[in-house]
Design a protein around this ligand. Structure first.
Ligand SMILES: [Ca+2]
Length: 394
């Protein structure tokens, strides 16, 4: 997701009947309890304005004027979500008031419980079933006030040096082939979900016809920060062996993780050797000073790399994830999501190239704060002091 916000995404709401037999213990089945729902297929900050909410409530015979906005709740992923409601303090949802909520599409979060552990969850970036998530709006009918509100932090004149970078994630995940996972012999695959069962790339490897290597994951990586204190970029790849390979135990497969910056030469980040039918996540690093505006990561298992020269060595990939230090240049996106490192002692946040919004806030998703900022839309700067904390998403 992105950070300083302001984007408005259309929200459709309908009445939902909650008589379904789901074991959703967050639902209050009281007869006077009503839920509205809206669907989300893209991560982002959603703004629900008075007119939208009023219309949806009127269509089910409810009256927004009789609801104290401080009692409003938004649920998603089975939990009440932190939200901001503009102008709620007067107890009236006025025409200029609105709900602001960060909502996520459906990725693999719910599937994870079916796998033995998070680290054996084949593809956490992709749902096995549906990539659309449903969020619900309701309210305490006894006017109890919800505590799930972002803490508003007023703008204060920056007092120290701006932070030099944030951490930025880019991911390529694969959904070409539903891989069956571990082979128990005679072509029978292990039934319960496990690492290697789920959506991944097609097979690649030695003796696999024209696909000895997986097509490179090419990431746009603007504004790499490689100055003093820059951490290495990290690369994580998830691989599964698709056949026996060179051995039924130990090193059966060999996949090489190769890095090429645009216009530069290839270097090997990692040699991944792993057992038959195994699922592995391999982590490697890139010195940020070797990166530029485009980063290519290739998974290779050509004849010279494979452990085999006579039989087949097939692998499949679930994802390639890259995290790199990025200067605070927003590239004029309307939203910008990043990870705030924990190791900054200065609190001055200053960003550039953020010119296309009139109202901007910095949302701390981890510590549930909503910062007012000084946003100069002519030069694109966004400034505020931020409060220190652990590494977290903003
Ligand atoms: Ca109000």
């Amino acid at each position: 997701m992105k950070n300083p916000i302001a984007s408005v995404i259309g929200v459709f709401m309908t009445l939902v009947s909650l008589a379904q037999p789901f074991a959703n213990d967050w639902i209050d089945y009281s007869p006077n309890k009503t839920y509205l729902k809206f669907k989300v297929a893209q991560n982002g900050i959603y703004k629900i304005e008075h007119a939208t909410l009023n219309f949806a409530l009127q269509s089910i015979g409810q009256n927004l004027a009789s609801i104290d906005p401080r009692s409003i709740q938004v649920f998603g992923r089975g939990e009440e979500q932190y939200i901001h409601i503009e102008g709620e303090n007067d107890g009236v949802f006025n025409t200029n008031d609105f709900i602001e909520v960060y909502a996520q599409k459906n990725d693999g979060w719910l599937d994870e419980s079916m796998y033995p552990s998070a680290s054996e969850h084949t593809n956490p970036f992709y749902s096995l079933y549906n990539d659309t998530a449903t969020y619900f709006i309701t309210w305490h009918t006894d006017a109890t006030q919800s505590p799930f509100r972002y803490e508003n932090v007023a703008y204060t004149t920056p007092v120290s040096t701006p932070i030099s970078y944030v951490l930025y994630d880019v991911v390529k995940f694969y959904t070409n082939t539903y891989q069956l996972g571990k082979d128990l012999g005679s072509g029978v695959s292990k039934v319960p979900y496990h690492g290697g069962k789920g959506w991944m790339s097609g097979n690649f490897g030695y003796n696999n016809g024209s696909t000895p290597n997986l097509s490179s994951a090419v990431f746009s990586t603007p504004s790499v920060f490689s100055g003093a204190g820059a951490p290495n970029a990290t690369v994580e790849v998830a691989l599964s062996g698709i056949n026996i390979g060179a051995s039924t135990t130990g090193s059966a497969h060999h996949v090489q993780v190769q890095f090429t910056p645009s216009g530069g030469s290839m270097s090997v980040l990692s040699d991944v050797l792993y057992p038959s039918f195994d699922y592995v996540r391999d982590a490697s690093t890139i010195n940020a000073s070797n990166m530029n505006s485009s980063t290519s990561i290739k998974l290779a298992c050509s004849e010279s790399i494979s452990l085999l020269t006579t039989t087949s060595d097939y692998s499949s990939c679930a994802y390639v994830a890259l995290t790199y230090p990025r200067s605070l240049n927003f590239n004029d996106d309307s939203e910008f999501k990043f990870t705030m490192p924990s190791n900054f002692s200065s609190l001055f946040f200053n960003a550039s190239n953020f010119t296309n919004n009139t109202t901007t806030h910095l949302i701390d998703l981890g510590d549930h704060k909503r910062y007012e900022v000084d946003h100069n839309s002519s030069n694109g700067s966004v400034r505020t002091n931020i409060q220190p904390g652990a590494e977290r998403e903003m």
